[in-house]
Every structure is written in C-alpha cells, then in structure tokens.
Design a protein around this ligand. Structure first.
Ligand SMILES: Cc1cc2nc3c(=O)[nH]c(=O)nc-3n(C[C@H](O)[C@H](O)[C@H](O)COP(=O)(O)O)c2cc1C
Length: 214
C-alpha cells in the first residue's frame, strides 16, 4: 500500500552511547507536542549510558516515543526505505556510531536505519559528542557532511540567557528540530535585540577541590 499526501510525519530518533542522553529525552518530549511520530532506537550503550546519566528507566524513555524498536530488530520498519520518514537524528551520537555510519556498517538497527536514510537521500542529523576530536573523527564527519549529512554536535548557546541546564538543552533541541522543518512554539529565537547587563549564566554545581597533600 502506498502512502500519500496525508501520510504521518515521522522522525527516527537514534540514541547511542555518548554522554548527553538528556538531549534525546527532551527531544522525545518535545515531539510529543507536535504532529510528528517519533520512532526510537537505542543502541546497547545508548541505553546503558542513559540509565547512568538520568533518572529515567528505559521503559519510561520508550514510552515517550510513538514507537520504540529493539536494537537487534533488523526486521523493524525503520530498517526499510519503503517506510517513509522525514529522516533521522542520532542524539547523542558516539564516535563509534559516527564511524559505523561513515563506513556503511549496519549490523545494529541504529546503524541500519541511518544507512537507509542515507540511501534514500533523506535528512540525517548527527549530534556527535566527543572531545577532543581525532583526525579520524573529523574525517568521518567531513565525509558524511559532503554527502549531505548535517553534523550538529550538542553545543550550548548562551545568547538566550539560559537559567538552567534544561534551558540549554531545550534550545539545542529546538535548533535540531528546525533542521527537519519541525518548529516548536516554545523555542527561544534570536530577536536581533542586543542587551547589556544580562543576567548571570546558569548556576553550576559547586565542586570540591582536593586539598594538596603536605
Ligand atoms: C558514561 C559514558 C560516557 C561516554 N561518553 C562518550 C562520548 O561522549 N562520546 C563517545 O563517542 N563515546 C562515549 N562513550 C563510549 C561509548 O559508549 C562506546 O564507545 C560505545 O561502544 C558506543 O557504542 P554505540 O555507538 O553503539 O552506542 C561513553 C561511555 C560511557 C560509559
């Protein structure tokens, strides 16, 4: 059965084992307020890192998505180009997954789904997270960028005067969704108005420094 003009809008959300799982959670939450279906796949280390970094269980995160798939389910709908989507965002994207995608490895569903999006010439956004980058990481990013992939690491912006980490995350999430033509009403956008005497940046947790040994 073919899908016509009234077909649902769908976005594939891949979550891999880089730090920053909260970005994926906020993105899934944001999509719930839109008409766009989210199709979620977490890699094994994406799931493990998410449990480590957030207070969410995997079931809670999967429940945020319209559909969630197991990473070893190569028979999932997102494994086929005939399942029409707006494209895919991998958030956060580890440099391992970056390399897998850049080299056409599609042994796990998250990589297969990205490969399908590439072959169908749909939009692929990779929120690559690592620091610092090696030449290998940079070459993989350049290779994919030249194929039309958007490399958009999670890089916080401060011109919106964020008051919390959530504000920082949400701003970046909104910018990623813009790339798919999904515009959030709540997104803070640059107004062209420069200010002075701006509020201080978000408070950072106090850290204890070790006393030097005598
Ligand atoms: C707490 C934690 C944080 C990590 N952060 C990163 C990271 O920021 N970037 C990265 O590329 N890998 C990071 N890793 C390593 C990846 O999880 C690891 O390379 C994994 O094999 C990636 O597999 P995947 O891409 O299939 O999820 C982290 C691992 C852990 C346990």
């Amino acid at each position: 059965m073919s899908e016509g003009a009234g077909a649902p809008r769908r976005l594939i959300v891949g979550v891999t084992g880089a730090t920053g799982s909260i970005y994926a959670i906020r993105l899934l939450e944001a999509l719930r307020g839109t008409d766009v279906e989210s199709h979620l796949v977490l890699s094994r280390w994406g799931a493990r890192t998410l449990i480590h970094e957030t207070g969410y269980s995997l079931d809670q995160v999967r429940a945020l998505a319209t559909h969630a798939y197991k990473d070893n389910d190569q028979g999932a709908r997102i494994s086929s180009g005939s399942f029409v989507t707006l494209g895919m965002i991998v958030v956060p994207c580890s440099v391992k997954t970056l390399a897998d995608i850049a080299h056409g490895h599609s042994g796990e569903l998250v990589h297969r789904a990205a490969d399908v999006v590439l072959k169908e010439r749909r939009r692929l956004v990779l929120a690559v997270r690592e620091a610092p980058f090696t030449d290998i990481h940079l070459e993989n990013m350049l290779k994919l960028s030249r194929m039309g992939v958007i490399i958009s690491p999670p890089m916080p912006a401060f011109y919106t005067h964020p008051k919390s980490i959530e504000d920082l995350v949400d701003h970046t999430v909104a910018r990623w969704l813009d790339l798919f033509g999904i515009q959030l009403d709540a997104a803070k956008r640059w107004t062209g108005k420069m200010e002075s005497g701006s509020p201080t940046p978000p408070k950072t947790p106090r850290t204890r420094t070790r006393r030097a040994r005598k």
